[in-house]
Design a protein around this ligand. Structure first.
Ligand code: SF4
Length: 223
C-alpha cells in the first residue's frame, strides 16, 4: 500500500473503529468497518452516541487505513460520528478509501455542505426533525449536490415529526432526487404506527428500522 505525503501527515480524532453489520440505509445488512469520528456540533434529543462528543484519539490517516485493511474480505466502510464533516480531513480519508476501491458511505447530520465529498461516496444525510431539537440546522445546499444513490434520513420522534417530514418530502420532491428514509426514534415512535402512516398516506419513502438494535442490546457500543 502506498501512502501519499498528505495521507502520512494528516490526522483525525477518532472515537472508535469497529466491525459490525450495517444497520441502516440501503446498505443495511452488509458487514462493514465503521470509523466513528469524535465531536459533534449538535445535541439531538435521541442521540445514542453521546460518548463520541469528546472521547477520542488522534490517528494518522495512514494508521486508520491500515486498521481498516486489517479486517479481511471487507468491502464496505462507513464514516460516522459524532459528525465526520466537522473534521476537514474526513474528506481526504474518504477519497483514499474510495481509491482503494472500498464502498464508502458517509453518515452526516445535514449541517455541513457536502459538495466537496468525493462523488464515489454514498452520502446519508439527516434532515433533523423538530423532535430532535435541531430542526433549523439543515444546509439546503446539500439538495443541490445530492445524487440518486445518496440518501436522506428523517428520524421521526412523534406524529408531529411525521407530518413535518412528509411535508418536506413533498415540498422538495425529495423522492425524485435520492432515497428517502423515515426511521422511528427507537424509544419514542412505534414501528407499526410509522409503517401504517406511510402506507395510509402513500408517502414515497422507505421505512428504516435500526437493524443492529434488534440483533444486539440497543445500548451496546461497537455494534
Ligand atoms: S448529529 Fe448524530 S452524533 Fe450529533 S447529536 Fe445528533 S444524533 Fe448525536
Amino acid at each position: 500500500m502506498i501512502f501519499s505525503k498528505e495521507e502520512k501527515t494528516s490526522t483525525l480524532k477518532i472515537n472508535e473503529i469497529f466491525f459490525s453489520i450495517q444497520g441502516e440505509s440501503s446498505l443495511a445488512g452488509w458487514p462493514t468497518v465503521f470509523i466513528r469520528t469524535t465531536g459533534c456540533n449538535m445535541r439531538c434529543s435521541y442521540c445514542d452516541t453521546k460518548y463520541s462528543y469528546y472521547d477520542g484519539t488522534k490517528m494518522s490517516l495512514q494508521y486508520i487505513i491500515k486498521k481498516v485493511a486489517s479486517y479481511k474480505n471487507v468491502r464496505h466502510v462507513c464514516i460516522t460520528g459524532g459528525e465526520p464533516m466537522a473534521q476537514p480531513n474526513s474528506l481526504l480519508l474518504m477519497k483514499e478509501l474510495c481509491d482503494l476501491e472500498y464502498v464508502v458511505s458517509l453518515e452526516t447530520n445535514g449541517f455541513y455542505d457536502t459538495a466537496a465529498v468525493d462523488p464515489r461516496v454514498i452520502k446519508v444525510i439527516d434532515i433533523k426533525t423538530p423532535g430532535s431539537g435541531e430542526s433549523d440546522s439543515f444546509n439546503f445546499k446539500n439538495l443541490g449536490t445530492i445524487k440518486p444513490q445518496d440518501q436522506i434520513k428523517f428520524v421521526i420522534c412523534s406524529l408531529e415529526d411525521y407530518e413535518w417530514s412528509k411535508d418536506l418530502t413533498h415540498k422538495y420532491d425529495l423522492a425524485k432526487k435520492c432515497n428517502v428514509f423515515f426511521s422511528p426514534a427507537f424509544e419514542t415512535m412505534s414501528n407499526k404506527t410509522l409503517a401504517e402512516k406511510i402506507l395510509e398516506d402513500s408517502v414515497p419513502v422507505r421505512l428504516q428500522l435500526q437493524l443492529h438494535k434488534y440483533i444486539w442490546n440497543p445500548q451496546d457500543r461497537g455494534v
